[in-house]
Design a protein around this ligand. Structure first.
Ligand SMILES: CSCCC(=O)C(=O)COP(=O)(O)O
Ligand SMILES: [Zn+2]
Length: 239
């Protein structure tokens, strides 16, 4: 198979993963979440079980579907990166976050991961130690809890009085050096839908890109609110 076959990424369907990654990155740029090449999105095509990954070091808001890498599984091996990709655009290298995206897919079975350099995430990482926590704010109801609805078998969302807890891990010089901490978080807190990386940003995931987007927007709003609450001396978890 050609490593630059366009049929994996060219589609008229705006919901095709390759189109969604590009259109959402443009939207996220407008919200200052992926400025100056930072951040990115990876999506699993639920029909083909292929993973779509952005190139590294490019302006994410200007990406075209043909710039995207495609992976046929999630077994990342840095020594055999060449065998991982079934589509590899010439002159580009895959996102440095590739091992992190694939960790989320493999450990959690999710279908989309959003990574941003949101200033709310970075600022909150300076205000909280091991976990960001907030309760009694209506928007927490947009986020999943660890509880399962016995009828649908799906996770039910948090209630108004519940506490949203997001683990915080320390940043490293290189993205791949975050992998072990991310694996530990996935195993210890399999129901979390995000991890904050101190002084860096946030990774948010979900069972679909639509859900991951809702979670990312809601978390960012709550992070922003929490920063303001802290400034005013208000606890973000109501006793
Ligand atoms: C200024 S961006 C530094 C790398 C990073 O944190 C990031 O999210 C983007 O990495 P990529 O390799 O996807 O460009
Ligand atoms: Zn980053």
């Amino acid at each position: 198979m050609s490593m630059i076959s366009d049929e994996l990424v060219v589609s008229e369907d705006p919901l095709h993963p390759a189109n969604l990654i590009c259109s959402l990155c443009t939207k996220f740029y407008e919200k200052d979440w992926c400025l100056g090449t930072g951040g990115g999105i990876s999506i699993r095509d639920q029909e083909t079980n292929r993973y779509y990954i952005a190139p590294s070091g490019v302006q994410k808001e200007l990406m075209k579907p043909t710039d995207l890498f495609v992976v046929n599984g999630y077994h990342y091996d840095p020594d055999h990166e060449d065998t991982l990709f079934i589509r590899k655009p010439d002159g580009l290298k895959p996102s440095d976050c590739t091992p992190l995206f694939l960790t989320c897919f493999k450990e959690l079975g999710v279908s989309a991961v959003i990574h941003t350099h949101s200033s709310n995430a970075v600022m909150a990482s300076l205000l909280y130690d091991d976990f960001f926590e907030i309760s009694h704010i209506e928007q927490v109801k947009a986020l999943p809890s660890h509880k399962i609805d016995p009828e649908t078998g799906k996770h039910i969302n948090l209630l108004f009085q519940d506490t949203l807890r997001i683990p915080v891990i320390e940043n490293q010089n290189f993205e791949y050096e975050l992998t072990d901490d991310l694996i530990n978080i996935c195993r210890k807190y399999p129901h979390t839908c995000a991890v904050i990386v101190r002084r860096h940003g946030i990774f948010v995931w979900g069972p679909s890109i639509q859900k991951a987007k809702i979670y990312n927007e809601s978390i960012d709003y709550l992070l922003g609110l929490a920063i303001q609450m802290k400034e005013m001396g208000i606890d973000t978890v109501k006793k």
